[in-house]
Design a protein around this ligand. Structure first.
Ligand code: FAD
Length: 390
């Protein structure tokens, strides 16, 4: 029997996708989240190191992160949040920064748990390659089209006054073993980069100016080297690099939160890149060598054996350098885009993106999706179904 709940497929299990999926699963939507990686979190993903979870990229909370702090409260994680004095190289005074008892892993797993507790599904290792609409003939067929999921025969009037069946969407995902899975759904929310969205929606009749606006959004990539060191490297939490170097900032996480049970001192070297930079296409080992050589310029006494372990993380679409604003939210009925570039970052220097405005925008998007459903519930016809496996 088909699920009577309205269905939504959320693309991306970063904080934006998870917050939106949680809001909508609480509101009675049948939610499926698809994530290309094997874990949730996106840029906030963590790995196990020693006896703790640690973020692959350095993440901390500010006192002004109101949306994030209230999200932590709602999830019952407020007691996990502790505030620490951070010492910034060359700056007078210490800024308070927040970090969670068990790292941001606890936030990501609490959100994932809430989604699955409300009946939602999270599919890992699903890379979305194409978003298309079901054939209108399929939609109005009594069997509800090829999937066999009843799609009803509801309709809306288009701009010429012609009655059109409401579209349903097909999300084609490639799995690690190269098989393809198609998910059929009433509503789609895409939360990854604008570029990626433009590439995977060739088959949709999206207005040209909308597509152009997506392609106008440019991004800087990020490469971040996480080092587990035998000893403390500097006395500071954050230090900019003043000479030409592949990384522009050092964040010594354990100088903020203490040694914990990581098994060493944690130092992040974070670099912003244009992808034409030669280092971007080099192997992890080559990037490590280049970063290490520059680290020796900061402190010539450091030797390779001071590093117990390292891990490099690359993010192609880490920082949008142009902003379309959130007028790009809904290109077609039932299709929504909630991408980092659309977030009002409010950063101190206008060049950084933070979790807090992502949480705010995700909640705003969830409200909009719900309101649009309330004003036209007849368009929503049945649950998302995994349709075909090739
Ligand atoms: C180096 C660095 C440090 C930072 N430090 C801080 C900090 O201290 N404090 C702070 O508040 N913010 C910080 N941020 C910013 C913060 O990480 C982001 O604002 C936030 O994580 C963005 O979340 P998101 O869900 O919008 O995007 P993402 O985290 O990018 O999530 C998008 C998800 O979509 C998935 N995806 C992409 N394409 C597909 C596809 N085709 N199919 C399926 N899945 C797909 C991705 O794998 C990913 O999981 C930092 C960012 C960087 C780069």
């Amino acid at each position: 029997m088909s699920d009577p709940r309205p269905s939504i497929c959320v693309v991306g299990a970063g904080i934006s996708g998870l917050v939106c999926a949680w809001e909508l699963s609480r509101k009675g939507f049948a939610v499926q989240v698809v994530e290309q990686h094997s874990t949730a979190g996106g840029m906030l993903a963590s790995m196990r190191i020693g006896h703790e979870y640690l973020e692959l990229l350095p993440h901390h909370i500010r006192k002004s992160d109101r949306n994030l702090i209230s999200l932590l409260k709602e999830l019952g994680l407020q007691d996990d949040l502790a505030w620490f004095d951070s010492l910034w190289y060359g700056r007078v005074g210490r800024k308070k920064l927040g970090y969670l008892e068990r790292g941001f892993h606890s936030l990501i797993s609490a959100l994932s748990q809430e989604i699955t507790d409300s009946g939602g599904l999270i599919h890992y290792g699903y890379t979305v390659m194409d978003i298309s609409q079901t054939d209108p003939a399929d939609i109005s067929s009594p069997q509800g089209g090829s999937s066999g999921v009843s799609a009803g025969a509801s309709s809306f009037s288009n701009s010429t006054g012609t009655d059109m069946p409401y579209p349903r969407y097909q999300i084609a995902c490639v799995l690690a073993d190269c098989t393809t899975v198609v998910i059929e759904t009433d509503t789609v929310l895409f939360t990854a980069s604008c570029r990626n969205f433009a590439h995977i929606t060739h088959n949709l009749l999206i207005p040209t100016d909308y597509r152009d606006a997506l392609m106008d959004v440019t991004y800087k990539a990020n490469m971040c080297l996480l080092l587990l060191m035998k000893t403390q490297f500097t006395g500071c939490f954050s230090r900019p690099i003043s000479f030409e170097s592949p990384f522009q900032r050092m964040i010594e996480h354990t100088n903020l939160v203490g040694a914990r049970r990581y098994g060493g001192h944690v130092l992040y070297l974070s670099g912003s890149f244009v992808t034409s930079h030669p280092l971007w296409t080099q192997s992890d080992a080559e990037v490590f060598q280049a970063f290490f050589k520059n680290l020796q310029l900061v402190n010539p006494t450091i030797v390779r054996s001071d590093i117990l372990n390292w891990r490099l993380t690359r993010n192609r679409y880490a920082t949008p350098t142009t902003r379309p604003g959130n007028q790009l939210l809904a290109p077609l009925p039932g299709l929504y885009v909630n991408s980092l570039a659309m977030v009002d970052d409010g950063g101190e220097d206008g060049s950084e993106y933070r979790m807090d405005p992502c949480v705010a925008l995700a909640r705003q998007t969830a409200r909009q999706i719900e309101q649009e459903y309330m004003s036209a519930p007849q368009k929503i016809s049945g649950s998302a179904a995994i349709d075909r496996i090739f």
